[in-house]
Design a protein around this ligand. Structure first.
Ligand code: HAM
Length: 376
């Protein structure tokens, strides 16, 4: 949950918003400077190095999920504690790794019912070609330098790429359309980007090339990408990632390439809810057991437990409601089926099963209930 502050300063980068403005940093009782993790990639790489994974079969494919912390201005979709799920592929330099990492969350979004995800894609080059691009950016921005925000003024010399994703209104208005990096990419970066595009085409993954997509973290090399959706307000990036070929070495490991992605769970939930109108996705009970009388309630208790063991979502009345109230409750819990146990059913070892969507009813042996509900 927390790391030495230095990990993020070195890994995420000292000119980023995260490190300059958003980290929860404090001293522990031993006087060590520690930081609540604002993201999971630098920690994953730290763990990769610390536990000697570089000496194990590569690529290492790692995942994580959990809370992250950033001191940002809270608003819809942006919180100071939020949750990510992320994955990192460490030890694979080829574009197949980038393509897999970009494609995999799209399957998760689909399973969550999130529609119309736009994949924004860019390359930001490597230590060979980035310096020339930085120079071109400095040239392009020099004439407007005095109109930029204080952060951008201080980052102009140290890391002009940061100016591309400054969120301040004054900078957005003042900055001219930036030169794109594509003319500057070295042959290797250029070939990597072309190959990645071909692989995404093969997978049928559509994307938009967005030359401004430098992302808010300094560890990236070559590929950067982000997933955006409509209908959830201004915080519309539900995930993002990229390649970080220098990070393992920066964290004290052997030179090892890496690429990964992380998605914001709260934003995914917002996006799934925004799509929910056209969806039938509503978790509910498979069966609610309605029981009439003490003996029937004891039977219901027993049946609920055995049906749960069979993998069904089952509940029963444990507060002594009447028949009507139990039926109303089953409806509120969106039960697919109701199994009624009265005196008759109890004596016969059966239950009256009602399909809540059609209203159809029939008597079934209690022992057959789980199998029968599964089949239905
Ligand atoms: P990131 O773009 O900073 O990337 O964060 C990933 C996702 O986390 C965002 O797209 C967003 O959905 C969510 N997120 C970020 N900040 C907040 C916030 N304050 N409130 C709610 N959700 C938020 C990274 O963190 C990189 N570690 C991704 C990565 C993995 N790159 C390589 N591997």
């Amino acid at each position: 949950m927390f790391e030495h502050t230095e990990l993020f300063e070195r890994g995420v980068g000292s000119t980023t918003d995260i490190v300059e403005k958003e980290m929860y940093t404090f001293k522990d009782r031993g006087g060590r400077l520690i930081t609540l993790r604002p993201e999971g990639t630098a920690p994953a790489v730290r763990a990769f190095v610390e536990h000697g994974l570089a000496g194990r079969p590569l690529p290492a494919k790692l995942y994580y999920m959990g809370p992250m912390f950033r001191y940002e201005r809270p608003q819809a979709g942006r919180y100071r504690q939020f949750h990510q799920f992320g994955m990192e592929v460490i030890g694979a330099a080829g574009p197949e790794a980038d393509a897999e990492v970009i494609a995999m969350p799209l399957e998760i979004f689909r399973a969550m019912g999130i529609q119309d995800v736009v994949v924004n894609l860019n390359s930001i080059g490597c230590p060979v070609c980035k310096p020339a691009y930085r120079e071109r950016l400095r040239d392009a921005y020099a004439p407007v330098l005095d109109r930029l925000c204080t952060s951008c003024k201080s980052r102009y010399d140290r890391n002009p790429l940061r100016l591309l994703d400054c969120k301040s209104e004054e900078c957005r208005a003042a900055l001219p359309e930036p030169p794109t990096i594509f003319a500057q990419l070295c042959p290797e970066c250029s070939a990597h980007f072309d190959a990645l595009r071909r692989l995404l085409d093969k997978l049928g993954v559509g994307y938009v090339i967005n030359p401004r997509l430098v992302r808010g973290l300094d560890y990236y090399t070559k590929t950067t990408f982000e997933y955006n959706v409509g209908g959830i307000g201004s915080q519309d990036a539900i995930g993002g990632g990229g390649r970080y070929d220098g990070l393992v070495e920066e964290c004290g490991g052997p030179p090892t390439p890496g690429v990964g992605v992380a998605c914001g769970m709260e934003r995914c939930v917002l996006a799934a809810q925004a799509n929910a109108a056209d969806q039938e996705y509503q978790a509910g009970l498979d069966v609610f057991i309605v029981s009439l009388g003490d003996a029937a309630r004891e039977k219901a208790f027993e049946m609920a437990h055995s049906m749960r063991r069979a993998g069904l979502a089952v509940d029963f009345d444990m507060i002594g409601r009447g028949l009507k109230a139990q039926m109303r409750y089953a409806d509120k819990m969106r039960a697919r089926f109701v199994a009624i146990i009265g005196d008759d059913e109890l004596a016969a070892g059966e239950a009256t099963v009602k399909d809540m969507s059609t209203g159809e009813q029939k008597r079934i042996a209690q022992a057959e209930l789980a199998t029968c509900v599964r089949r239905l």
